[in-house]
Design a protein around this ligand. Structure first.
Ligand SMILES: NC(=O)c1ccc[n+]([C@@H]2O[C@H](COP(=O)([O-])OP(=O)(O)OC[C@H]3O[C@@H](n4cnc5c(N)ncnc54)[C@H](OP(=O)(O)O)[C@@H]3O)[C@@H](O)[C@H]2O)c1
Length: 345
């Protein structure tokens, strides 16, 4: 039997900590350290920081020391769970890849990075190929509910005319950082101005999911529209972290629409608010027309951590470079041009 797979967790927040918990019980995985900027975590044992209740015998180091640290521990995989926007996590990817590590990240914009960051995508792809490693962004969304899942469901479709996905979730069940970025307890005016200023983001990734879904299905999406508006509480509501008076923000309705030949091809609706029913629904209009529904909803945090952990073996089997869920998932409908594949042996 060969050696253990060596993994570093870059960003030991709620999601990074869940990933530590899952990986610590997987066979053949060795957690060789963590990286963070939070001074209360730096220098502490990774297992204790992640809330395992036991030490793992490896430390969390500060981001400013990550270059030397990654080169000395030589991980096979670095999990980056520090942030959403690719321009901000780009230096972390460069350090990991330059140290010879594959990267699996929960960064939403990395799920289909060519949409917002074409130049950075090119640079990451080149660096990853040079170092013979892979870089991927995934999670529950982008990564599953709005893209990989509907794509998989179309694998039994003879024709796909339109796809509509609705994700409905109870925001009170989610972690603090989620509730904060969704603007819970703000006035609608504060919500709008903070969203415009980039101080809160709510959900990021409608466009990435649409582009990813189009790319998997072989369809050119010619235009994407996306937006988010606050859902306002009609009565007093409370979560573990926020008290929400009537007239204040209790969640969001966000949407993304992708057009093909001037018509709506993909519509994504996210309804995330306190007390809302948890469910996910995918409607595929075509031949056959099908409606798939998950009555419990896919719980976002554990699903994200699980996707990251479960995708590692598939990522390691993919060709080097900047890849997406297209390169690792199971079948989907193919609506593109079969000549793209002619002559492949
Ligand atoms: N694709 C998906 O489906 C999906 C699902 C869930 C989450 N996400 C994304 O995954 C990311 C992690 O989620 P989270 O809730 O755990 O976020 P979080 O609460 O912000 O935690 C991130 C952790 O990384 C640390 N950090 C920030 N910048 C860093 C840097 N330059 N170097 C090292 N550490 C750094 C943070 O420290 P400080 O707290 O001191 O800043 C914190 O400890 C978020 O961007 C979230 O939006 C994606």
């Amino acid at each position: 039997m060969s050696e253990n797979l060596r993994v570093v967790i870059y960003g030991v927040g709620p999601i990074g900590s869940l990933i530590v918990k899952l990986l610590s019980s997987r066979k053949g995985v060795e957690l060789v350290g963590g990286v963070d900027v939070d001074t209360s975590k730096v220098g502490e044992d990774l297992g204790i920081v992640a809330g395992l209740g036991r030490g793992l015998g490896v430390k969390v180091v500060h981001d400013s020391n990550s270059w030397g640290f990654l080169r000395s521990v030589k991980p096979d995989v670095v999990i980056i769970s520090t942030g959403t926007y690719l321009d901000r996590i780009y230096p972390q990817i460069v350090r990991a890849v330059s140290a010879g590590a594959n990267v699996v990240s929960t960064s939403e914009t990395l799920a289909y990075p060519w949409y917002r960051y074409p130049e950075l995508s090119l640079m990451i792809d080149e660096l990853a190929k040079k170092n013979k490693v892979r870089v991927i962004g995934t999670g529950v969304n982008p990564g599953f509910v709005f893209d990989a899942l509907p794509a998989f469901l179309t694998s039994v479709s003879a024709e796909v005319r339109r796809i509509h996905v609705v994700r409905s979730l109870d925001a009170s069940k989610r972690r603090y950082s989620f509730q904060k970025k969704y603007g819970l307890s703000l006035t609608p005016e504060e919500f709008e101005s903070k969203l415009r200023a980039g101080e809160i983001s709510a959900h990021v990734g409608y466009a990435e999911s649409i582009m990813l879904l189009g790319c998997i299905l072989g369809v050119s999406i010619e235009r994407v529209e996306e937006g988010q508006e606050p859902i306002v509480a009609e009565e007093y509501l409370e979560t573990q972290y926020f008290k929400i008076g009537p007239g204040r923000v209790s969640g969001i309705h966000g949407w993304g629409v992708g057009y093909v030949n001037g018509a709506e091809f993909v519509r994504l609706d996210l309804l995330a608010s306190v007390g809302r029913e948890d469910y996910d629904e995918v409607l595929i209009e075509g031949n056959p027309t099908m409606r798939w529904r998950c009555e419990t909803g896919v719980p976002g945090d554990i699903a994200t951590a699980s996707m990251v952990v479960n995708i590692i073996p598939r990522v390691l089997q993919a060709p080097p470079g900047l890849i997406t869920m297209k390169d690792v998932i199971t079948p989907s409908a193919f609506l593109g041009d079969y000549r793209w594949f002619a002559g492949r042996t």
